[in-house]
Design a protein around this ligand. Structure first.
Ligand code: CP
Ligand code: NVA
Length: 308
């Protein structure tokens, strides 16, 4: 069973194949209306369930559109409206869903839910974000970097802000794609140690630098994300803002990076908190290319899962 659960759990050659396939599918769609099906219909006759236990714009729409472009059909389900949200076990839900659909994408809270779904499903399961990681996003981000700047291997990526789920997938990708990653943020919001150690063990240079201005020196890519994630308690909002204010990505910080550095944010952004509008809309920013590439990257991920 080819589940797509995390970048560190997927073979580097398979990951590279997905990036290549995503770029080829994007090129093949050049100039076509968004609703027009692809020439190639590898998901014809297939049904994909998209389960959301958290809000989503990009993941929901890009998966739904991607399946349709490839000739398949979707069921977009809210976890809260399923028996899953009312006490049915994940294992039973996985077994039942597997009788109806060919592929399951789930966005949930605890990673354990995703893993239990994958363990008991008899169809592939894709991680559409958990509290711990967001692999589909970083596949799109690697694709976006390489479209603009060529191979990401050996490049310097700097993450400024909260050491959260999106950072974790960057750390996974650093190990698998061979780029170097610097985390800059307050110690209290450091990423889990295991993500850093694992990437280091795979040969990536992983650094923690508390001073954001030092951290971004020589950066090829500067990345940030919301200061308060969907799984964080709202009561932590004010404290997090106070801790993270110094890590805002603004024009002064971007000026310390390489002149041709890119800026990324997975979105949704809280403009003028984690990044200024000047940076979001400025010459370094590729945030809307990242959003578009979710579509192409996930089409490649689904094809890989289904072997089509
Ligand atoms: N970046 C991302 O996953 O966005 P959504 O929460 O809108 O899906
Ligand atoms: N870190 C954010 C990412 C949203 C796409 C969250 O988990 O809310």
């Amino acid at each position: 069973m080819k589940h797509f659960l995390d970048i560190n759990k997927t073979d580097p050659a398979a990951l590279r194949g997905m990036i290549d396939a995503a770029r080829a599918m994007k090129t093949a769609r050049n100039g076509r209306p968004k609703g027009m099906p692809d020439d190639d219909q590898p998901l014809k006759g297939r049904m994909v369930a998209l389960i959301f236990e958290k809000p989503s714009t990009r993941t929901r729409v890009s998966f739904d559109v991607g399946v349709r472009q490839m000739g398949g059909q979707t069921l977009v389900l809210s976890g809260a409206d399923m028996q899953l949200g009312h006490g049915e076990t994940i294992a039973d839900t996985a077994r039942v869903m597997s009788r109806y659909v060919d592929l399951i994408m789930i966005r949930t809270f605890e990673e354990a839910v995703l893993l239990e779904m994958a363990e008991h499903a008899t169809v592939p399961v894709i991680n559409g974000l958990t509290n711990r990681s967001h692999p589909c996003q970083i596949m799109a981000d690697v694709m976006t970097f390489e479209e603009h700047r060529g191979p990401i291997a050996g490049k310097k990526v700097v993450w400024s802000g909260d050491g959260n789920n999106v950072f974790a997938s960057f750390a996974h990708a650093a190990g698998q794609f061979g780029f170097n990653l610097t985390f800059t943020g307050p110690e209290t919001l450091d990423p889990e140690r295991v993500f850093l150690d694992e990437a280091r063990a795979k040969g990536a240079e992983i650094t923690i630098e508390r001073d954001p201005h030092k951290a971004v020196q020589g950066a090829d890519l500067v990345v940030t994300d919301t200061w308060v994630s969907m799984h964080d308690p709202q009561s932590a909002r004010e404290r997090r803002h106070n801790q993270l204010r110094g890590y805002q990505v603004n024009a002064a910080l971007m000026a310390q990076a390489k002149p041709d550095a890119l800026f990324m944010h997975c979105l949704p952004a809280h403009r003028d908190d984690e990044a200024t509008s000047e940076v979001m809309d400025g010459p370094h920013s590729v945030v809307f290319d990242e959003a578009e590439n979710r579509l192409h990257a996930q089409k490649a991920i689904m094809r890989w899962c289904l072997g089509v």
